[in-house]
Design a protein around this ligand. Structure first.
Ligand SMILES: O=C(CO)[C@@H](O)[C@H](O)COP(=O)(O)O
Ligand SMILES: [Co+2]
Length: 216
């Protein structure tokens, strides 16, 4: 069964407490929290102060996806805000190895996110240090975009890389995940499905989460 991580980016920000309650009471496993700086990506979302409040309401793992330049400037702040998993973008880090060690030394799980144009082979020398690889299946910055089909091949290649090296690194997919494409993603080797619109735009978010969990 895949882990399911609803992305609060698609929730009603005026009623974040209700969104947290829904995720807590659902079959979802993690909260996916998208932090955007208006520089690495064209959009600005929310940061540490909001996550601190989410952490008070959430009873599940906080999976923070940092779409910011030089994320090392903020790792400690996000730890304090309650992040359990912290993912930084390959494309935003000059010293990725150092950044990954920093995240782990702060006591968080370390993830690396790849934009759609970034090949998974570039992770060869760091994959053994990673708890998670986040495959972006849309260009980061916005929710509600269409899934890029090529991502399926990237996921299969990454699955082979992880299995060949006998690692337990998780594969997370983020962007355009639907109830329809979830089975193919799980078959390709995904461990964690992120879903924003599919959950928060659904008439019945509990049922949408249940359907994603059942993907096989
Ligand atoms: O990181 C991002 C976008 O940059 C995502 O986490 C989105 O929030 C996913 O939204 P949907 O594509 O599922 O609507
Ligand atoms: Co995300």
């Amino acid at each position: 069964m895949p882990l399911v991580a609803p992305s609060l980016l698609a929730a009603d920000f005026l009623h974040l407490a209700d969104a947290c309650k829904m995720v807590n009471e659902s079959e979802a496993d993690w909260f996916h929290l998208d932090v955007m700086d208006g520089n690495f990506v064209p959009n600005i979302s929310y940061g540490q102060p909001v996550i601190e409040f989410i952490n008070k309401a959430a009873t599940k793992t906080l999976d923070v996806h940092l779409m910011v330049q030089q994320p090392e400037r903020y790792a400690e702040d996000f730890k304090k805000a309650g992040a359990d998993v912290l993912s930084v973008h390959y494309e935003a880090c000059t010293h990725l190895h150092r950044n990954v060690q920093q995240i782990k030394s702060l006591g968080m799980k370390a993830g690396v996110a790849l934009n759609p144009h970034t090949p998974v082979d570039l992770l060869e020398d760091i994959i053994g240090d990673l708890d998670l690889v986040l495959i972006m299946s849309v260009n980061p910055g916005f929710g509600g975009q269409k899934f890029i089909e090529r991502s399926l091949e990237k996921i299969s290649t990454l699955r082979r890389m992880i299995d060949d090296a006998k690692l337990s690194t998780l594969i997370e997919v983020d962007g355009g995940v639907t109830i329809e494409n979830a089975p193919a993603l799980v078959q390709a080797g995904v461990d964690v499905l992120v879903a924003g619109s599919t959950v928060f735009r659904a008439e019945d978010p509990f049922a949408a989460i249940k359907a994603l969990k059942a993907a096989k």
